[in-house]
Write a protein that binds this ligand. Sequence first.
Ligand code: PMP
Length: 357
Amino acid sequence: MAKVTLRDDITALPSYVAGARPSGSLTEKLSSNENPYPPLPRVVTAVADAATDMNRYPDMAAAGVREAIAAYHGVREDQVVVGNGSVGVLETILRALTSAGDEVVFAWRSFEAYPILTQVAGATPVPVPLTAGAEHDLEAMIAAVTPRTKAVLLCTPNNPTGPALGTAQVRRVLESVPKDVLVVIDEAYVEFIRDQADPLDSVALLREDPRVVVLRTFSKAYGLAGLRVGYALGRARLIAGFQATTTPFAVNALAQTAAVESLAAQDELLARVDAVVAERTRVLAALRQQGWSIPDAQGNFVWFGVGDAAGVLATAFARAGVLVRPFAGDGVRVTIGEPEANDIVIAVAGEFLAAGA
Ligand code: PMP
């Protein structure tokens, strides 16, 4: 009998695995790189006030948020597109850009949505293995670019491994790839970067080079993961195309309000980021002291590159009540949480090493 069939490549897609909520004896959720702090009271109040208008559609152009983002970055409003999380914005970008047979180059392992969104857009993912130090292998990525390449995705700091890219590195990519290849700089964790020798000013780069698109989110440093707001900055011509491709009303009214209020409360929120970074420094020092070799951690997470022991290590954390994110055959990513949770992480990691597992 005839039946409705989906595209073959959609049926074959791996599903995006998000960190589950802790259940049973699990108490600490360190599996999704969330901000451990609750939203600021002023953000909650603004959202509650906005909720009284929920019978109305939100502003389709999201003018208030785009204006606030543009002012923050010193760009024009027509250089900003917002979406349902930065993952939603990236989906829009890839849909607007690629057709069947086109290729999208990215480091691997990196953000797990990259291959999925590429395939959903109908294009072909080209994953390029990280270096042994868990960093982007930029020369290999440049070599992977072909006449079919439409975009190169750079994730800095790289989720799940941690290292960030410097200006010279991104310039090297821009110099080496053709003029018709989009270079997306995914900076979901940019606010957590500290002490970089060659810090990247991605917004300055996009002023210089029309191929650069910068992806940012309110989910991490701003603590609004549950509301889903992300954005891209780029040249107005491209942004207009992304805007035309996006789902109508992609960012809901409460999310728009929370994003504007969060930008206004930036100092307070960035002080919390400082607290997470201080904890990251403490956790890293403790783990390295124990003998762990952890790559440079510039996001709100640390990477245990244990290869095939990923499942065993994740289970050891789970037994201690901490939910983490294992990547089979590669390693385990653990989000920096509140100090008590981080203490458990340090203790479990120490026992794991001592047991020689
Ligand atoms: N980029 C990277 C590198 C991420 O790690 C994430 C979230 N895990 C995102 C984008 C998407 O974030 P959101 O959709 O919540 O903005």
